[in-house]
Design a protein around this ligand. Structure first.
Ligand code: IMP
Ligand code: MG
Length: 333
């Protein structure tokens, strides 16, 4: 019975969605709650032959016994929220906080051309302009929007009460550590802090209530949009390695590089992570595809994991070995 938070350790797109949907199935949390910036984040989840692309709802919606919630620090696009609740069959168990900020058409407009699009490479989702307006205290809140009325609750009260009752709560971070407004590669960052502490503030849970902080790293590095990336591969090198990926929200080709231990180490420090999850091990080592036990990994893959544990001095507890929710090696406890 505990509070577990999952955050990204690189530049987003580490595969958090898959890890969170696995944990939601396996640990059966009463609540899965999302912090982070807004619908700029996209998580892709594959369950059996179904693929879900989520931007607004927490990736834990696959567990029909879990309530899914969005914290007050997150800006919400009502159209995206309502569509996802409907498309993913999450009606009756999806909630957002009265104080979530609201993205309107003019935020989408100013995010989809000009400086934000061109210099920062923003996702065009309206998230940044809405957060800017929130700082100006002119942004609308969810409680002012009629179509959202039946979804509104006090998210922080719900979460803290669930924790008082010794229930499991799973907290979903979005983006990645090095896109943090405070700790990332400013100005090439998103418009919120996305380390574990920032995500906790978004949902209204204090740091002492968190039991486990899982930082997710992909087996290699990717980045969409502009900003520095040491050791960036050319598109040809990327595709030779089989590391070619396209963004969930934007469809853009992701820039790629080798696993970066310096960035990883800093991410662990910033979020005081006590567990590491490594995703897409099968993309790096095809022989690992679908493995569910550490013994099934070949020696190259095993030494890669060992090197990560030795260099970062935090245990690797969850290893993604395929796109499916259950393609995972779970080494916890
Ligand atoms: P914005 O958050 O849409 O303003 O975009 C700012 C920067 O963060 C751009 O480089 C985006 O590509 C990047 N970004 C924002 N959200 C995500 C995400 O969920 N995954 C990957 N990159 C993101
Ligand atoms: Mg993504």
């Amino acid at each position: 019975m505990s509070a577990t938070i999952v955050v990204g350790g690189f530049f987003g797109d580490e595969g958090k969605g898959k890890i969170i949907s696995y944990l939601a199935k396996k640990d059966n949390p009463s609540i899965v709650v999302r912090g982070g910036a807004g619908p700029n984040a996209g998580h892709t989840i594959k369950d059996g032959d179904k693929t879900f692309k989520v931007r607004m709802l927490p990736s834990g919606f696959l567990n029909k016994d879990s309530k899914v919630m969005i914290g007050p620090g997150v800006v919400v696009n009502p159209d995206v929220f309502l569509k996802e609740v409907n498309d993913f069959g999450a009606e009756g168990r999806s909630f957002l906080d009265n104080h979530c900020g609201i993205i309107e058409q003019h935020h989408l407009d100013s995010d989809s051309h000009g400086r934000l699009k061109e210099k920062i490479g923003s996702t065009g989702s309206g998230t940044g302009p809405a957060n800017a307006e929130r700082a100006m205290r002119t942004l609308k809140m969810a409680k002012e929007i009629e179509s959202l009325e039946k979804y509104l609750i006090d998210v922080s009260l719900e979460i803290n009460t669930a924790l008082d009752r010794n229930e499991n709560v799973l907290i979903e971070g979005t983006q990645g550590t090095h896109l943090s407004l405070w700790h990332g590669t400013y100005p090439f960052v998103t418009t919120k802090d996305v380390t574990a502490s920032g995500i906790c503030a978004d949902i209204g849970v204090g740091p002492k209530r968190i039991d486990d902080v899982i930082v997710v790293f992909k087996s290699y590095l990717t980045r969409v949009g502009t900003g520095p990336m040491t050791g960036e591969l050319s598109p040809e090198e990327t595709s030779e390695k089989g590391w070619e990926e396209f963004g969930t929200v934007t469809g853009r080709l992701r820039r790629a590089a080798e696993f970066d231990f310096e960035l990883a180490s800093r991410a662990i420090m910033l979020s005081s992570a006590n567990q590491i999850s490594i995703t897409k091990l099968d993309v790096r080592f095809p022989s690992c595809a679908g493995a569910q036990a550490i013994e099934e990994l070949d020696s190259d893959a095993k030494s890669f994991i060992k090197k990560i544990e030795e260099k970062l001095r935090v245990p690797v507890t969850l290893i993604g070995t395929g796109a499916g929710v259950d393609d995972i090696i779970d080494l916890r406890r």
